[in-house]
Design a binder for this molecule. Sequence first.
Ligand code: GLU
Length: 310
Amino acid sequence: MYAPFFMPKNRHIGRFAPSPTGPLHFGSLIAATASYLNIRQYKNSLWLLRIEDLDRQRSLERCTKTIINQLEAYGFRWDKEIFYQSQRTKAYQEAFDRLSDFIYPCSCTRKILQAAQLSSTQRFSYIYPGTCRNKPTTQDLNNCSFRIRANSYEHCFTDQIQGKFCQNLASDVGDFILKRADNSFTYQLAVVVDDAFQGVNQVTRGADLLDNTPRQLYLQNLLGFTPPDYAHFPVIISNDGKKLSKQNQSPEVNSNDKRATLIKALTFLGQSPPDVSEFAHLDDLWTFAIQNWNQNKIPKVLSQVLPQVL
Ligand code: GLU
């Protein structure tokens, strides 16, 4: 179950892993483009499409179809069959079982945690206070989520775009959930299991996930997986500082003017594509983009405002 089905022997393997909670918007087009070019610049590479439909309530089948159609229309070509996290419960359970020495049940409800958070003034982002860490496990496990103990070791890695990033999981994040009370597995566990299983050795994604990476490195380490290389490009934000995302109803990516939209995405990523009139077909633009891709030109910032680059 754990042996990857593609062994990454000097082969660049990357993926685009959208959560199907809405159609592709301009921000997700940038994510697809960056991960695609970071892989397609190499011969004999594999670019995989993984649908992160773990959250059944928010994942809409209709959105999955729309995303696939949008990617196809934009000229993205993926290798292998599309991979669905909703079909991977057994693999996540197996990894979860292997981590059992580090996991404990937690009966804290969202309400309790919100109250704890309100009374703590130290941080704007949420850190689990460890309420259930040392409780005897006599509770009714049916209503429990399961957390992994975060260690207080400084997890550092060098991001290919953002440079060195360190996080102390115990003080910056706290023990984090791997399995929810409804028995569903969380993103942190699933992404680690699937990246290893698919042999992914290059993860290119938005900088909003930069501070998730130490958690993933921690899990990879406990599970004995080789970590991929990471590149976190700046996320696009609107003038009011909000991330362009499906959750805040960002508009669907333009389906009419694909070449011009793709040129905007490349410009956002610091590349210098010529005017759209230079490209008679979308394929010509992709050929140019692949040949001229330079990851070093991606701005080394966490976010950029949309109008400045368009
Ligand atoms: N599924 C996540 C998203 O749509 C991406 C996760 C990842 O790239 O690790 O934002």
